[in-house]
Design a protein around this ligand. Structure first.
Ligand SMILES: Cc1cc2nc3c(=O)[nH]c(=O)nc-3n(C[C@H](O)[C@H](O)[C@H](O)COP(=O)(O)O)c2cc1C
Length: 155
């Protein structure tokens, strides 16, 4: 299976999780690529209008997609939102979603960001297989291992 892991990551937390997912899915015999969503302009909520994507990753070649992003201001990081809004149809694509975040409380944006990603994918007929939230605290390695194992079992 050809799997694309598409991530936005400013300080590499999300990217490092993507690399671990890639490693595990490769070991299971898949062809897996990690692509970054980068932008010119700001990535703060107040900069949203200024954001322009730089070479947005093409998803057409992948059977399975994993989207990852940080939580910003209790919501999905704006660059990822803009990227996902401009995606073509996701019909027949199996999809997993994850976010990383710093604050441990439930109401600090993780579920909201996952909900935003889910809605964007479902509006384009994608099939959501699973989701995960990694809180970037001292227990994160355990959580990342759990997420990697969970995602490996989804496809
Ligand atoms: C502008 C900004 C806003 C953030 N807002 C939140 C937030 O609302 N809730 C939260 O839990 N973490 C928040 N964070 C922390 C990031 O989500 C967290 O550090 C994440 O793991 C960063 O991922 P990255 O290294 O892939 O960019 C914020 C970080 C930045 C830079």
């Amino acid at each position: 299976m050809k799997i694309g892991i598409i991530v936005h990551s400013q300080t590499n937390n999300t990217y490092s999780v993507a690399q671990k997912i890639q490693e595990s899915l490769k070991e299971a015999g898949n062809e897996v690529e990690v692509k970054r969503v980068s932008m010119v302009g700001g990535d703060r909520p107040e900069d949203k209008k200024k954001i322009q994507l730089e070479n947005p990753p093409d998803i057409s070649q992948y059977d399975v997609l994993i989207f990852g992003a940080p939580v910003h201001a209790f919501a999905l990081a704006p660059a990822m939102q803009i990227y996902m809004e401009q995606l073509p149809s996701l019909k027949d694509k199996k999809i997993a979603l994850f976010v990383t975040k710093k604050l441990r409380f439930e109401w600090t944006g993780g579920s909201r960001a996952i909900g935003q990603m889910k809605n964007l994918c479902q509006s384009k007929d994608g099939i959501i297989m699973g989701t995960g939230i990694v809180v970037w605290n001292k227990n994160r390695d355990e959580k990342i291992t759990e997420l990697v194992k969970y995602f490996a079992g989804l496809f």
